[in-house]
Structure formats: C-alpha cells, structure tokens
Ligand binder design. Structure first.
Ligand code: ATP
Ligand code: MG
Length: 449
C-alpha cells in the first residue's frame, strides 16, 4: 500500500538528517507515525536509530541533551525548543514478571526493533530518505481501524500485561476494534494485569475512560475491568426494577460514563457512582426497586478504589465527593445555590451538575426531560450568581472575627459558629452584607450571655 509522505516538523527533519549524515539509519516511529497516518497531529515525535546511545550523543554534541533514559537507549535532544526522544534500535529480552524485560539489548536492525512493539499500528517506521518500513501491515490495520498485536497475542500479553490495557485504551480513544485473536488473548490473560504497577494501570485507565468509544469498551471487556475492580461485578446485569431506569446497573453506569465530559475525574466518578446500589437494593410492596443511601455506600467503595489507583490526593477527594453527592438535591434558587457553593465551592458544584446530568441521560428518556431542564436552569442561575461576586464564605462577609472581638466576643469555636450563622442569614437574604447592618445584628443577637 502506498502511503503519502509525512510532513515532519523542522527539528525532526534536522535530527533525522544529522543522524543519516553521520552514517546511521534514523526514522520516526510509534505513536507519531500512527497519528500522522490517521490525519491527526502527533503530540510528540519519537525517533528510532541504528546509532548507539554514545554515538547519538556525539552526533548531537552541539545541542543540549538529556541522558536520563540512557540505559533504555534513549537520548533526549533539545532542538529549536522541541524535545525529541531518540532511541537506539532495541530488543527487549525475556519477561519473567509480565511487566519488565529482564534485559534490554541494542541492535543495528530496524526489523528487530519493530518486532518488540505492541501493535501493528505502532510498529511503522518512516523516514523522508527511506520511506516506510511497515513489516506487520500496520498501515492496512490503521485503514481498517483495527488493533492487532505484533506477533502472537498470547505471547505478547504474557510478556507485558500493560499491553492489555493499552489495547483497550487505544480502542476507546481511537474508536478502533480489536482484532479477534488479540481480543481473545485479552480475555484469556486478563488476570495478568494485576502484575502491573497501579500507577501505570491508572494512567492507561484514565485515558481509556476519556475515549470516545468508552461505552463499547466498558461493555465488551467488562470481565477485564472486573479484574481491576471486583466491586463492579455485582452491578453486572443487576435489574433495577424501577420506572426511572431502563438499564441494569452496569449498563446504566457505562452510559453515564459516556455522557459526561471527558475529564478523568468526572469519568471515573461516573464509573463508581452506583457501586453501592446492589447492596442497598430492596423492593417495596408494589415490587418497585429502591436504593436508599446508595450514594454514601458507593463513596465508601470508591474510596478503596481511588486509593488502589494511587491518584493524587486532590483527585481522590474530588472523585469521592462527586460519588457521595451525585444525587444531592440542587435547586435553582439563589439561597440553595449559595448554600451549595458554601458546601462544595464553585468547581465541584459545577462538576456535580454535570454528574447529575450524565446520570439523568443514562436513565429512562421518557421520564428525565424535566430533570434535564431543571439542571440547565440551575447551571444558568449558577453562572449568573457567580458573575455577581456572591457571598458564600465567612471570609466574604463585611465583618470578620476582629470586629466580633472588638464587640466583646470571646475568640473560639463559638465565634466561628456565629460567623456561620451570620453567613446563613446573608445567604438567605435576611441581612444585607453591609458592615453596619451586620454589626447591628451582632450586637442584637451575638452579645447575649
Ligand atoms: P501515545 O499517543 O499515548 O503517546 P504511543 O503509541 O506513542 O501513544 P508511547 O507510550 O509513547 O505510546 O510509546 C511509544 C511507542 O513505544 C509505541 O507506539 C510502541 O511502538 C512502543 N511501546 C510503548 N509501550 C509499549 C509496550 N508496553 N509494549 C511494546 N511496545 C510499546
Ligand atoms: Mg507517544
């Protein structure tokens, strides 16, 4: 198959040219070649070369180089503000633990380097001087939107089980199907993912969740997700027996994930939001299913999961909060919105609106129209409110602790509680946020023994 030439950024072309002039082979390879063939702009450009790392260093001796990846054969070079990773052709040795090659050896043969790569679409090399080297039919697979292992899938997933999640990630993000043998090997070897470090699992999983085809991947590979999160299993095929729901809990969950904006913490919160449903389920005397208190229960389970994923503390907190309050009552009145701003802050409150909308969109469309309209109104009101510098924190009040002390109040928790009362009176619209009015209120109410 003839492919069009890839237009390379200037610094990439310069780097390839310098290596070739010095007598080495040099190509762009991996994600950048794949993305260019897809018509997407590559995020970064990786170069593979026959030059050994020391040889690469001497070719780029006039440039800034970073040697941190040297033992894997990678030299990073700064060329006109562009950081390029230049890696020597490499053969990964045997894998004893399903995650790390026991040894890395360098080779002078491009074919050997391409053979170690995970998928055919990631094993295409291109150089302006040499054209394409596509030994595994990667370009045809890209055209057919197919993810296929280089070589025998079972061997490749046994060597490095992270590839299982990479396959699912690419499938979700690119919208590609997974070729049959590769897919069967994923199902067969899924338990091996637990050999992989959770930090690496997390990085792939969060990208996967943000992909456009996340619904299909979550459904077709639910057995794989259940290896990472056994807590999902009770949700599979769990009928809700409730007129608001037309899907079982897991299917509803997958729809909720696809209906929220592709931000990692939002997508993860939707994946976890109903985990507490199976355990809190009961049917009333009419046979209708209910899940009272499930959000709190989900949050407890989510807490374990966000720890397991080793997310940043800020992200753990956000996901847990979004899960715990995913069905928290919101209303389009200024007073309730101010209270919610007080409780959650503007960013999390905006997220909660998105969470509730995605949750609705994954329910019975015949019943959720009103709720969706209500959420739009809430969002509009919140935007208007936030444009008016609203008072929703005690520090926004026109008086502070110092004023209360000046009026004879003892510092301490009671004073904090009094400021909260004052804030509530202002948020309720009972008091204007003006110094004189607040001081008068303090004198009247706060000074009583
Ligand atoms: P992205 O767009 O996420 O950067 P990528 O394909 O460039 O996708 P990288 O992790 O940057 O992914 O890896 C660069 C290349 O290295 C891949 O295209 C692939 O050829 C190879 N590669 C990366 N990880 C593995 C792996 N676990 N097993 C085999 N080859 C891998
Ligand atoms: Mg890359």
């Amino acid at each position: 198959m003839t492919q069009p030439n890839i237009v390379l950024p200037g610094p990439v072309e310069t780097a390839l040219g310098l290596l070739e002039t010095a007598g080495f082979e040099a190509w762009v390879v991996g994600g950048c070649t794949r993305d260019a063939l897809l018509g997407d702009t590559p995020k970064d450009w990786d170069i593979t070369t026959s030059a050994l790392p020391e040889e690469t260093l001497s070719v780029f001796s006039d440039y800034r180089t970073i040697e941190t990846g040297l033992q894997h054969g990678t030299v990073a070079v700064l060329l006109d503000d562009m950081l390029l990773e230049i890696t020597t052709y490499r053969v990964d040795g045997t894998y004893k633990d399903s995650r790390h090659p026991d040894a890395v050896t360098f080779t002078r043969t491009l074919g050997e380097d391409l053979a170690r790569r995970d998928f055919t679409m990631n094993a295409i090399a291109y150089s302006p001087a040499r054209g394409y080297e596509d030994l595994y039919g990667g370009a045809a697979d890209i055209e057919a939107h197919l993810i296929r292992c280089v070589g025998d899938p079972e061997t490749r997933f046994t060597e490095d089980a992270l590839r299982i999640l990479r396959a699912l990630r690419f499938s979700s993000v690119l919208g590609f199907a997974i070729e049959e043998k590769t897919s069967s090997a994923i199902h067969a070897l899924k338990e091996r993912i637990l050999h992989v470090a959770w930090e690496r699992i997390s990085a792939e999983l969060l990208q996967l969740l943000c992909g456009k085809d996340v619904y299909r991947v979550l459904q077709d590979y639910r057995d794989v997700f259940a290896v990472l999160f056994p807590e999902l299993k009770p949700c599979f095929d769990f009928e809700q027996k409730n007129p608001w729901h037309i899907y079982d809990v897991y299917t509803h969950t997958c729809h909720a994930v696809e209906h929220i904006e592709p931000e990692p913490e939002l997508r993860l919160a939707m994946l976890l939001h109903d985990l507490g449903k199976p355990e809190t389920f009961f049917t009333d005397d009419k046979g209708v299913g209910h899940f009272y208190g499930h959000a709190k229960h989900s949050a407890r389970i989510a807490d374990d999961i966000v720890h397991r994923l080793k997310l940043s503390t800020a992200m753990q907190d956000e996901v847990r909060t979004l899960v715990e309050f995913h069905d928290y009552p919101l209303e389009a009145t200024d007073h309730i919105l101010l209270r919610r701003l007080h409780k959650f802050g503007p960013d999390t409150l905006r997220h909660l609106i998105l969470v509730q909308r995605a949750d609705c969109l994954a329910q019975n469309p015949a019943k959720t129209g009103e709720d969706l309209d209500r959420l739009s109104t809430i969002e509009q009101k919140l935007n208007i409110l936030l444009n008016k510098d609203p008072v929703y924190r005690t520090r926004d009040l026109a008086v502070d602790g110092g004023d209360l002390i000046a009026l004879g109040m003892e510092p301490g928790p009671q004073m904090g509680a009094f400021l909260e009362d004052l804030l509530e009176a202002v948020m309720a619209g009972d008091l204007p946020n003006e110094r004189e009015s607040l001081l008068a209120y303090v004198r009247e109410k706060g000074m009583k023994p």
